[in-house]
Design a protein around this ligand. Structure first.
Ligand SMILES: *Cc1c(COP(=O)(O)O)cnc(C)c1O
Length: 370
């Protein structure tokens, strides 16, 4: 069997920082969804991205759910949501019994098209929130999106699950709108096995999110609940892994960029092969290197050929407005996200890859053009 190459697998630090923190949690018996690592991890993430406050949660999806709640989204409210994304972005809209309206992407950013967002605002009245995504570590066109949300007084939530470390005009994604969401799931740029973080400059709302995430217990000696709660808090052990991973985040971003540059150098000349758009206001984390194909070689040709060689790759996210579950909801836009999905491939972008591994992937792909 040939050596397996992953799309993006967990990569713990060579120094063993994560295990040190876990050991500390064991030694102090903080094996719970609270403890010093949780508090420190929140502070460290907030300070890394430049946000005032952070709440550590059990997943990125939980963070989006509580961001919607913090924004006051309730049954029947409209939420505008980028269509080209993973289901974790929009499922929480349904958890709140709200109504998603999906917005198309543009080719310049692959993310929410501000012109389509404007059209959506002209069409709908009772809009409570907008969820923009920074897909594959590429920042959305935030200036225009922020301006529209301000104009219509609507809360802006950034799904930065894939873009931890990406900056837009010098500012971290996740800190530009009202709320930012990060994920530490197994294949993200850093991982805690599973986990999420909600960041915001609004101290009162983040405190409220912590309250909801720990079953919404009132301040009483007995168990009393005046509000609906959730069991969404991050555990102290998981937070320990996160603190260790955060120490190597910049290293991981460097390697991800190295992988992107390697592919660009080796494959950039191939007919009909285009790389994901890197704008000059965008300093991405290059979570995954993605390409689109407009020539005779199709995405499936690459995916199947790599698979034969024990190498993982995958299609671009299938837009939400094309999903059987979501197709009954409105969609504003044209065929851009559809087109990126049809023609796109995510290349293996695992930070453990060696130059030999990258050469192997590139020569298999080049072989398809012969
Ligand atoms: C991973 C991901 C999520 C969900 O995060 P989890 O931690 O897996 O719940 C949400 N949105 C996007 C764009 C993601 O890639």
């Amino acid at each position: 069997m040939k050596k397996k190459i992953y799309l993006s697998s967990p990569h713990m630090s060579d120094e063993g920082y994560e295990q040190e923190y876990i050991k500390e949690a064991f030694e102090t018996n903080w094996i719970a969804p609270l403890g010093p690592h949780v508090n420190e991890f929140e502070k460290e993430i907030a300070s890394y991205v430049g946000s005032k406050h952070a709440a550590a949660l059990s997943s990125g999806t939980a963070a989006i759910h509580l961001a919607l709640k913090a924004a006051g989204v309730e049954a029947g409210d409209i939420v505008f949501c980028q269509s080209l994304t993973f289901a974790g972005t929009c499922n929480p809209i349904i958890y709140q019994n709200a109504i998603p309206v999906f917005i198309d992407s543009d080719y310049e950013t692959w993310n929410m098209n501000p012109d389509d967002l404007e059209k959506a605002f002209q069409k709908y009245q009772n809009v409570k929130a907008v969820i923009v995504v920074h897909l594959y570590g590429l920042a959305a066109d935030m200036d225009r999106i922020v301006e529209l949300c301000k104009k219509y007084s609507v809360t802006l939530i950034e799904d930065a699950a894939e873009s931890l470390g990406t900056t837009y005009k010098g500012q971290h994604t996740g800190t530009i709108g009202d709320y930012g969401v990060f994920s530490f799931n197994g294949n993200k740029i850093i991982t805690t096995s599973g986990g999420g973080m909600l960041v915001s400059n609004n101290a009162e709302r983040i405190e409220k999110v912590r309250f909801w995430s720990t079953q919404a217990r009132d301040k009483a000696r007995h168990y009393q609940h005046s509000e609906l709660g959730y069991n969404y808090r991050m555990s102290n052990i998981v937070a320990g892994i996160g603190r260790g991973q955060l120490k190597v985040l910049d290293q991981r971003i460097q390697k991800k960029k190295y992988i992107f540059d390697f592919y660009k150098r080796e494959l950039g000349h191939l007919d009909g092969l285009h790389f994901m758009p890197i704008n000059d206001w965008n300093e991405p984390n290059y979570w995954l290197t993605c390409i689109t194909l407009t020539g005779k070689v199709k995405p499936l040709d690459i995916i199947l050929k790599l698979d034969e060689e024990n190498i993982e790759s995958r299609p671009i996210w299938k837009p939400m407005h094309l999903q059987p579950y979501y197709e009954k909801f409105d969609f504003i836009g044209s065929n851009v996200s559809d087109d990126i999905f049809e023609n796109g491939v995510c290349l293996p972008s695992d930070t453990k890859m060696t130059d030999d591994d990258l050469d192997r992937v590139c020569s298999i792909i080049k072989g398809l053009w012969k």
